[in-house]
Ligand binder design. Structure first.
Ligand code: KIV
Length: 269
């Protein structure tokens, strides 16, 4: 494995060109960012998924620009090497190009993000160009884009029918031509993700899009087993942190009730 220093969008492109897989994790806090950075995760996405994982919302629609700024500040304090990408939440784009640009700028200026992620296909071309024109790299996101949840009628796999697949292939190419530095492919059939990855010269980052993408992203709470809700098929749970926390807290509760904690070891003379 090549050891790379500070990851920028240039390293993203190099990794695609050299066939090295890119690792990305959605995370929102200082202590987790420190661990991801130390381990060598290439990029931390301060995703609007924080609405569901951290804030307990049903979907991502209520997440605000201020939420992303607050959490990306925390992440940036914990990370030296990973590329930090801030997610553009619902209504921070799509109203006017001016507002989109200002919101992207706030994620960089106030949130210390180094790039932003923007959901949507051909309808986002002008936004991508405007954000890029002020010096902010843009990561695209197509397939199952959670800010469009009410249009999709739920968290469903996208691009299964031929026309929808063709549209996603075209969208990816149009976004590449508009200047994105990479694109997230979420919940689409693996063969379609493979075709898009081969069609583009920029890297694709998959989530529920199979193994042929140039990189992968997972939400940290899902991969460590902290998410309380049912896990989607594409998630691999690497540990069961929910159980670790439950057991620790149960033990603490019992020990305090029984007068076992604190003991002599935890008191001052
Ligand atoms: O919000 C998020 O964390 C995301 C990733 C799952 C791609 O959009």
């Amino acid at each position: 494995m090549v050891v790379r220093n500070k990851i920028t969008i240039k390293e993203f492109q190099k990794m695609k060109d050299e066939g090295e897989k890119i690792t990305m994790i959605s995370a929102y806090t200082f202590p987790i960012a420190r661990i991801l950075d130390e381990v060598g995760i290439d990029s931390i996405l301060v995703g609007d998924s924080l609405g569901m994982t951290v804030l307990g919302y049903e979907n991502t629609l209520e997440v605000t620009v201020e939420d992303i700024i607050r959490h990306s500040q925390a992440v940036s304090r914990g990370s030296k090497r990973s590329l930090i990408i801030g997610d553009m939440p619902f209504l921070s784009f799509g109203v006017s190009i001016k507002e989109t640009t200002i919101n992207a700028g706030r994620l960089v200026k106030e949130g210390r993000c180094e790039a932003v992620k923007l959901e949507g296909g051909r309808e986002r071309i002008e936004d991508v160009k405007a954000i890029k024109a002020i010096g902010i790299p843009v990561l695209g996101h197509i397939g199952l884009t959670p800010t469009y949840i009410n249009m999709f009628g739920g968290f469903k796999v996208q691009g299964k029918e031929e026309a929808a697949a063709k549209r996603l292939i075209e969208d990816a190419k149009m976004l590449e031509e508009a200047g994105i530095f990479g694109v997230v492919l979420e919940s689409i059939p693996w063969k379609l993700a493979k075709e898009i990855s081969e069609n583009l010269s920029i890297p694709t980052i998959g989530i529920g899009a199979g193994e042929f993408c140039d990189g992968q992203v997972l939400v940290v709470d899902d991969l460590i087993g902290l998410t309380p809700i049912l896990k989607p098929k594409f998630v691999k749970k690497y540990s069961n942190v929910q159980e670790v926390i439950r057991k620790s807290v149960q033990e603490y509760n019992k020990e305090v009730k029984e007068g076992v904690f604190p003991s002599e070891d935890q008191r001052y003379d």
